[in-house]
Design a protein. Structure first.
Length: 279
């Protein structure tokens, strides 16, 4: 183990091989982190470059995609469990062994899922944002703090607490596309990503947006076919057409997906001009 006064000499922005080497050294019983990083470690395990046996896998701070969850199950035969923490509230919700949905910690925080106009949304509906009132921070209370998360909630089931059924990501990751018959089609970036992120040979994926264009950015796996980027473009094109939208679709294979300064992997990257402004 590492000395208590020092953290491990890696971070989420380190090469996955470096992270795997230090995780191997620790041999954790519980493995917690961003879903994209934990899924990448699961891939290392499946390829024989990592040999650990965590009994608990916890993920947070990013959307847990179906592809990432499948990879984690395949590597360790463990069901990944989500938590929903923020800087402003220590813990908004957390999953349990009995329920894959996350239970809201309503003794710590008041959670108000609302639409884009601030009106409450009902169970089973996707909120445009969440208003948080922190009940435990007495030094600097937060009242109806706006968190731009697209969240779907449900009624209590076997508990007195409401449940978070799904988090689709940030409101800023909603993509607006021109409708084929006029108007605008609004869709969350993760839905578009799902069209090609699960293709064989895709180790990771991201979406880049610019006016009139979508680009599927693909991180190929070592055994990926030569046409993996073209397959991603075709899958994204079909998804866009199915939504009734009209936009030019491109694809690009890269050796590394850019992470934010926090180490998170954004689902959607907005291309900016030379002044740093979004077009």
């Amino acid at each position: 183990m590492y000395p208590a006064r020092h953290g491990p000499p890696v971070s989420t922005t380190s090469e996955i091989s470096e992270i795997a080497r230090h995780v191997q050294r620790v041999g954790p019983q519980a493995l917690c982190g961003y879903p994209t990083v934990v899924a990448a470690l699961a891939e290392e395990q499946l390829r024989g470059r990592l040999d650990i046996a965590p009994e608990i896998v916890g993920v947070s701070s990013e959307v847990l995609t179906a592809e990432a969850a499948d990879r984690i199950r395949s590597a360790w035969d463990v069901e990944p469990r989500e938590a929903y923490p923020t800087t402003e509230v220590p813990l908004i919700a957390s999953a349990t062994h009995d329920d894959p949905a996350m239970l809201m910690c309503e003794d710590l925080v008041v959670v108000e899922p609302v639409d884009e106009h601030g009106a409450p949304v009902g169970p089973g509906e996707a909120a445009h944002k969440v208003l948080l009132t922190n009940l435990v921070n007495h030094l600097q209370p937060l009242i109806r703090y706006e968190l731009p998360d697209v969240l779907t909630w449900g009624e209590p089931s076997g508990s007195c607490y409401r449940r978070v059924l799904r988090i689709d990501g940030r409101t800023s990751e909603i993509v607006e596309l021109a409708g084929r018959d006029g108007g605008t089609v609004r869709v969350h970036g993760h839905r578009l990503l799902a069209a090609f992120a699960g293709l064989p040979g895709v180790a990771g994926a991201q979406l880049q947006t610019a006016p009139g264009r979508l680009t599927a950015v693909v991180l190929p796996a070592p055994e990926a076919p030569a046409d993996v980027a073209e397959a991603a473009r075709a899958a994204l094109t079909a998804e866009v057409r199915g939504l009734g939208a009209q936009v030019a679709v491109a694809a690009q294979a890269v050796v590394e997906l850019p992470r934010a300064a926090s180490g998170k992997l954004p689902a959607v990257v907005v291309e900016r001009d030379a002044r740093g402004a979004a077009p």
